[in-house]
Ligand binder design. Structure first.
Ligand SMILES: [Zn+2]
Ligand SMILES: [Zn+2]
Length: 184
């Protein structure tokens, strides 16, 4: 087990059993101690009325300054629609080789695309995106190996095509990062 730690903070209506499943998925793939808790943010300050979405850049900066610490990788979990200036929406983002990131389940459910509700699938997608953002916080960039969790995803179909797992290259890189990371 790596000596570093991961902290997941839920700021949305994510049920506890689901948080537990996410934490388990993250722990399985990264072999790192995972802690999860609930947080509260007044989301109205991040709402952009002209887009009817929430400002992901402002949110990630808040997570980084108010919730993150140097001894853990912190991911803020949300259930609202996130945007950054140059994109229609994002599933999440993270500071590369930084200490924090964010992810949202808002666009991950089938109903949004006119398909049958499938809560298990939504959760699976959410776990993958959270593991992906954590990969970035550990210094991994996007990967083109089919199935690797570090592949970038534009549509939910892209998320479904990849697994929860890091490919062998990304895994090796992670190992090196864990070995060399003096911070932990
Ligand atoms: Zn990414
Ligand atoms: Zn990879």
């Amino acid at each position: 087990m790596n000596p570093c730690k991961i902290t997941l903070i839920s700021f949305g209506q994510i049920e506890k059993p689901n948080l537990e499943i996410i934490a388990r998925d993250v722990k399985r793939e990264l072999q790192v101690q995972v802690e999860y808790k609930e947080g509260f943010i007044d989301m109205s300050q991040f709402f952009d009325p002209s887009r009817s979405q929430y400002d992901a850049d402002q949110l990630i900066h808040l997570i980084d300054t108010e919730y993150a610490s140097d001894t853990t990788k912190t991911i803020g979990l949300f259930t609202v629609d996130l945007f950054i200036e140059i994109l229609t929406f994002i599933y999440g983002q993270a500071f590369l080789n930084g200490r924090s990131g964010i992810a949202s389940s808002f666009r991950l459910n089938n109903e949004r695309y006119g398909m049958n509700r499938n809560d298990r699938l939504t959760l699976k997608r959410f776990s993958k995106e959270i593991i992906h953002e954590l990969g970035h916080t550990f210094g991994l960039i996007h990967c083109h190996t089919p199935g690797c969790v570090m592949m970038s995803s534009t549509y939910v179909e892209d998320i479904d095509l990849k697994s929860h797992q890091f490919c062998s290259n990304c895994k090796n890189e992670l190992e090196m990062i864990f070995i060399n990371n003096v911070k932990f």
